[in-house]
Design a protein around this ligand. Structure first.
Ligand SMILES: Cc1ncc(COP(=O)(O)O)c(C=O)c1O
Length: 363
């Protein structure tokens, strides 16, 4: 038998899976010594959760010696009451992003491919490659929207899943129910459609009549909808997400989700947040009005932007993006820069429109 020291001497260092070195790195706002005045870089809510939610989380923290329910059962029951969906159609975990990873783990095998819009949420290519799948990014249209016909056409016998992001992060463009149904009609039933609606609450219903993709799950059992508490419910710091899918999809994903995916504080906070309809409505109203104010400021400044349905605005500035990001950071405003492509500015915080004018108007 080989002694442990002989193994040590002969072995190279532990090698990560080959895909790890190829994964794109999630971007960050540029660093600066200038004190931060506006954190407009991560599509968070600018507002802390309401007192009822904080109190519920604190109550749960006082019982943190115990594990919470193994599958987040209480939250699933509350979501069921709130949405009218059967508990068997729901699964919860620590954020929509985790759920996406679990969905891909459950449904995608090595060598299959996943079609997704690009540019879109930067975690998509990371999750897809981690699942061992081939990434099939489909460019947005010149007007920064999902190219649904091209995405449909990209589906082939190797396609395991398609991701849709509506409204799209970072461009803020959105499509309606008719386009979604038309798309679903064209997708083979064995291809999973993962529909990420992290920003759906901020859609202006005059522009895109509100619809719930979750209503389509009964008709399209290959559709799975991802939702999050990180945006309109102001709970990004606790990470809670849920998915709605057919029983086949949901039961498979539940088997993949690790036990106790949510902390007791997260479950309690999300449950209390669901009950506070007034807070949600106020958040939607604030984001929509601040979005209009920032859009107005950009228009006055003569800076190109894409009309948005999310809590952010996309400035497709190409090579000028980094300079704009640096200039804003020098004025204490952190935004997300995608070098060579554009700048994404999260909206919601009062005074941001004026601060942008102050930073950019002086030539
Ligand atoms: C499109 C999209 N989906 C999901 C997420 C992450 O949601 P969660 O915090 O619930 O993981 C984000 C966060 O920015 C996002 O932009």
């Amino acid at each position: 038998m080989t002694s442990p020291s002989a193994i040590d001497a002969a072995s190279p260092l532990p090698a990560p899976h080959a895909v790890v070195a190829l994964l794109p790195v999630y971007s960050q706002a540029p660093r600066s010594d200038v004190p931060l005045r506006f954190r407009a870089s991560s599509n968070e809510s600018a507002f802390p959760p309401p007192p009822s939610v904080i109190a519920a989380a604190q109550f749960a923290i006082a019982r943190a010696n115990r594990y919470p329910a193994i599958n987040g059962t209480e939250l699933i029951e509350n979501l069921s009451l709130e949405t009218g969906l059967a508990p068997s159609a729901l699964a919860v975990a620590d954020g929509a992003l985790s759920l996406l990873q679990h969905v891909l783990t459950a449904f995608v095998t090595d060598g299959q491919s996943v079609v997704f819009p690009w540019r879109s949420y930067e975690a998509y290519p990371i999750c897809v490659q981690l699942a061992g799948a081939l990434a099939r990014p489909i460019p947005l249209t010149p007007s920064h929207e999902h190219d649904l016909p091209a995405m449909s056409a990209a589906v082939d016998s190797a396609t395991a899943a398609i991701i849709l992001c509506n409204p799209n992060n970072p461009t803020g463009t959105a499509f309606g129910r008719t386009e979604l149904v038309e798309f679903l009609e064209g997708v083979p039933g064995n291809v999973l459609v993962v529909y990420d609606e992290a920003y759906r609450d901020f859609v202006d219903q005059i522009e895109i009549p509100t619809f719930s993709a979750t209503d389509l799950v009964a008709e399209y059992p290959n559709l799975v909808v991802l939702r999050t508490f990180s945006k309109v419910y102001s709970l990004a710091g606790l990470r809670v997400g849920y998915l709605v899918g057919s029983e086949t999809v949901t039961s498979a994903v539940r088997r993949v989700i690790p036990p106790f995916p949510l902390t007791g504080a997260a479950i309690a906070a999300a449950t209390a947040a669901l009950a506070d309809h007034g807070f949600r409505e106020r958040m939607v109203a604030v984001v929509q009005s601040e979005r209009a104010r920032v859009a107005g400021a950009l228009t006055d400044l003569g800076i190109e932007f894409v009309p948005s349905q999310g809590n952010f605005l996309w400035l497709p500035l190409g090579e000028a993006s980094e300079a704009l990001g640096q200039r804003l950071r020098a004025h204490g405003i952190a935004v997300r820069v995608f070098p060579g492509e554009g700048v994404r500015i999260t909206v919601g915080e009062a005074g941001l429109a004026e601060a942008l004018v102050g930073a950019l108007a002086e030539g």
